[in-house]
Ligand binder design. Structure first.
Ligand SMILES: *Cc1c(COP(=O)(O)O)cnc(C)c1O
Length: 413
């Protein structure tokens, strides 16, 4: 009989989102008249901005003429895009990088889910709990998980993020090789400030560890003093790889574009002690397994980094931030404990009366036809929370919050 990779065979099913979908389906079957509003999904609702669409059309037309047609492009992306990213995302914030250190892709999930291939097979991996599941699953697929018991992998180091520690993960007790950090955070919506980021950069420098920094939501940061990039911390370019996406910031969830920053200063040792540069190995890996983000998408992405798209995108972001504000205001009015939502499209809501995540999910679905995401699905420390997203339209968000208000009034009376 053919055999299957045991690391893949040992994976748990994607329980969280399939179970949410299953419960919503059952509810709809039993209540065909109900109009369900989702504050659950992490997908955007607003269309691409006009300047991005224009760039896309232009690039499509270029593909129709022999003189301007493009076939295979550079695996790491065209220089025009990497230079636009450098100028607008980094130089503008005083971070100097080389455009070669930026490698574009078909979205951040591909990068943050593949980058672990570069580190030694038996590396010790640290993750926050709750966590964006891609970091955990991709390392488990590589065989770094050990045994899966009670929702956790035996070989992975989990760093709980709770209200007691302000959702700031503590440094691991024993040395880890790799730590994944996500700020602004999915799912908690909280952010790591300069002091917290310095703590991690110092840790990585002292321990020869690697930081995988996920900055998918940097555009939601409203306070200028909070770093948007880990490279705003001195020395981070020797220990941190940064991943970014145009999905949440520019509405590219369907178009697909992201990028990894791999500074040339980051080195790692082979088993026999030879020192290699992660940048060279990542480029080598991409050239073998990947053929680049589509040209037309890279032109659309380039436009997204320039005016007038930037101003247009600010207006879209303001819609989502307005939704998050509405959520926080409603929670306050109802006396619900809520976190995040300021520098992030996610509100991390403490369930009332000590309910567990799934019970509160069921209550909201049954009584209000509102869908949220149970916090426990992101890790054991998410128990007793649900995640609400600000990505729906303002009118549906308002309607969902009015229903939440009514349900709580009923429950409490
Ligand atoms: C949405 C998201 C991404 C980006 O995914 P894409 O593949 O670029 O769409 C990355 N990290 C986190 C934490 C996310 O929530």
């Amino acid at each position: 009989m053919r055999s299957i990779n045991t690391a893949y065979a040992g994976l748990a099913g994607n329980y969280l989102f399939s179970e949410v979908a299953r419960r919503v389906r059952v509810y709809k079957e039993n209540h065909p008249e109900a109009d369900v509003i989702s504050l659950g999904i992490g997908d955007v609702s607003q269309p691409l901005v006009p300047a991005v669409i224009e760039a896309l059309h232009e690039a499509v037309d270029e593909m129709s003429r022999a003189e301007t047609f493009r076939g295979y492009g550079p695996e790491q992306g065209y220089a025009f895009l990497r230079e636009a990213i450098l100028k607008h995302d980094y130089l503008s914030r005083g971070v100097s990088l080389d455009a070669d250190e930026i490698l574009s892709s078909d979205g951040e999930k591909s990068d943050v889910g593949n980058f672990h291939e570069l580190v030694g097979e038996d590396s010790i991996i640290a993750l926050t709990d709750p966590v964006y599941p891609v970091y955990e699953d991709s390392n488990a697929m590589a065989g770094r998980g050990g045994v899966h018991e009670n929702g956790r992998w035996s070989s992975i180091v989990y760093l709980p993020c709770t209200k007691e520690n302000n959702f700031h993960p503590a440094l691991p007790e024993k040395r880890v090789d790799v730590v994944y950090l996500c700020s602004p955070n999915n799912p908690t919506g909280t952010v790591l400030d300069r002091t917290e980021l310095e703590k991690w950069v110092n840790y990585a420098r002292e321990n020869d560890s690697l930081i995988m920094f996920d900055a998918a939501y940097e555009a939601f940061i409203r306070d200028e003093s909070i770093p948007r990039s880990i490279y705003e911390i001195p020395g981070a370019d020797e220990v941190a790889v940064e991943f970014r996406s145009l999905s949440k910031t520019a509405g590219f969830t369907g178009l697909r574009c992201g990028y990894a920053v791999v500074p040339k200063k980051i080195t790692a040792k082979t088993a026999d002690g030879t020192v290699l540069h992660l940048h060279d190995i990542w480029l080598r890996r991409q050239c073998t397994k990947y053929n680049g983000c589509p040209y037309i998408v890279q032109r659309a992405a380039e436009a997204a980094f320039m005016e007038p798209a930037r101003t247009q995108m600010k207006a879209v972001l303001a819609i989502y931030q307005g939704n998050a504000d509405m959520m926080l205001k409603t929670c306050e009015k109802l006396g619900l404990e809520a976190f995040g939502g300021v520098h992030s499209p996610y509100v991390w809501l403490r369930t009332p009366g000590g309910m567990d995540s799934w019970s509160f999910f069921d209550l909201l679905l049954e009584k209000a036809a509102v869908v949220c995401t149970p916090g426990v699905g992101f890790g054991a420390s998410g128990e007793g929370y649900v995640r609400l997203t600000a990505f729906n339209t303002p009118s549906l968000t308002r309607a969902a919050l009015e229903r939440l208000e009514r349900v709580l009034a009923d429950v409490r009376s």
